[in-house]
Design a protein around this ligand. Structure first.
Ligand code: HSE
Length: 429
């Protein structure tokens, strides 16, 4: 089987390496010799360095797509610009397509999947979500017997690496991000990682596979990790929690939750102990119960492992009859995505107040008036004068619009000194 690779960067290089180094192993599993016949990249020098003379190198991706020497086009350019043109052209040329491009699927997936179907070719994207973890296959095939109730995951390696380094090694946000970039985890535009957009692309895809809903990136609620402070990471720890950037999707009758935000998780949950660039995804099926998938979510070889698994599926002619999004077309039905203000959860709040007699009474009265209970609370001296405390607490489970009202009332107190910090809590039980 002849493979054409567009993009020989981190994942492209990994794909080239795996197909070469594991060629025998792959032959034993497919009975086919899988060969990279062409590589296209605008950086010809880089391509030459990796590929040497083992494949034809070109800067013209369209020539690769049209070549008779290519049966499968692997798109590893990323982004939603030129990569979309390449994929459309490849599908139109009746070539199977393998991609790791989550942004492309989250935004244009519906159109591309339709085009693949029309041309009777495979559009495969295992590497788009959680790098080397076969989560697409798990949801679409392994758990096909189940009605999926929720999917919750750490699905961005860069932010998990940053949060781990901030907590374990006291690194600043900027230094940790720079390291993640050097290690090849981060997106070309790292704001996609740190602002939660990359995780949102991925959870959009998982929600569609889990619940049989159209891919709906526009309705994801997204909040990144840029506003998190060392202080909140430490205070969460004091309360027995870790802060992770979680991607969450849940279904409840005809409504879906779809959100990405920093989240406090009890420290004794397995997911709270997923560190560095590792990813983990919890899936709750109505029959199987909760299942957990863990592995490297970013990096050259881990992501390429999923790319090559898709190529192997094509070599085995294994996936043409599996619906690309797990559900047959007529059964992919829209559901309302809940506005974040209507989502129910527990909340961590941090208040900065000027101390005075009766301050706590004033605060707790606001909670009581709104019928919200406080599950845990710490009143901590922080200044030299031992007067102005940090107060941090965890609420009971409530609708977000109620906590927003409480925050407004707390911020109107004359003793309030700063914007109140709000972070959602998931107990994961
Ligand atoms: N930037 C992504 C991450 C790469 O950090 O997880 C893998 O999709």
């Amino acid at each position: 089987m002849k493979v054409g690779l567009i993009g020989i960067g981190t994942v492209g290089g990994g794909t080239f390496k795996i197909l070469k180094e594991n060629a025998q192993e792959i032959f034993k599993k497919t009975g086919k010799k899988i060969e990279i016949t062409m590589v296209a990249d605008t950086n010809l020098a880089l391509a030459k360095k990796i590929v040497k003379d083992e494949a034809i190198i070109t800067s013209d991706a369209k020539a690769l797509i049209e070549s008779k020497n290519v049966d499968v086009v692997v798109e590893l350019v990323g982004g939603v610009g030129i990569s979309k043109e390449f994929v459309i052209e490849a599908l139109g040329n009746k070539k199977h397509v393998v991609t790791a491009n989550k942004a492309l699927i989250a935004i244009h997936g519906e159109e591309l999947i339709r085009l693949a179907k029309k041309n009777n070719v495979i559009f495969a994207y295992e590497a788009a979500v959680a790098g080397g973890i076969p989560i697409i296959k798990a949801l679409r095939e392994g758990l096909a017997a189940n009605k999926i109730e929720w999917v919750v995951g750490i699905i961005n390696g860069t932010t998990n690496y940053i949060l781990t380094e901030m907590k374990e090694n006291n690194l600043s946000f900027d230094v940790a991000l720079k390291q993640a970039q050097e290690l090849g985890f981060a997106e070309a535009d790292p704001t996609f990682d740190i602002e939660g957009v990359d995780a949102a692309h991925k959870i959009t895809i998982l929600a569609s596979l889990a619940f049989g809903i159209p891919i709906n990136f526009d309705s994801v609620y997204i909040e990144g990790i840029t506003k998190l402070t060392q202080k909140d990471i430490a205070y969460a720890e004091e309360l027995g929690y870790r802060i992770k950037l979680l991607a969450i999707t849940k279904v409840n009758n005809d409504e879906v939750e779809l959100r990405v935000h920093p989240t406090l998780i009890p420290e004794n949950r397995l997911v709270a102990n997923v560190n560095g660039p590792m990813n983990a995804i919890l899936v709750k099926g109505n029959m199987v119960g909760p299942t957990l998938y863990y592995g490297a979510g970013a990096g050259a070889e881990a992501t390429a492992s999923a790319v090559v698994a898709d190529i192997i599926d094509i070599a085995r002619e294994a996936t043409l009859n599996i619906p690309t999004l797990g559900y047959i077309d007529e059964q992919i039905l829209s559901k309302k995505v809940l506005n974040i203000t209507n989502v129910r959860s527990e909340f961590y709040l941090r208040l900065s107040m000027t101390n005075k007699a009766g301050l706590l009474a004033q605060i707790t009265k606001i909670f009581a008036n709104n019928d919200v209970s406080i599950d845990a609370m710490v009143h901590k001296e922080v200044s030299d004068s031992h007067r102005d405390p940090d107060i941090f607490l965890i609420t009971s489970k409530i609708e977000e619009k109620i906590i927003n009202k409480i925050i407004q009332e707390l911020e109107s107190l004359p003793e309030n000194k700063d914007k109140i910090i709000k972070i959602r809590v998931e107990e994961l039980n």
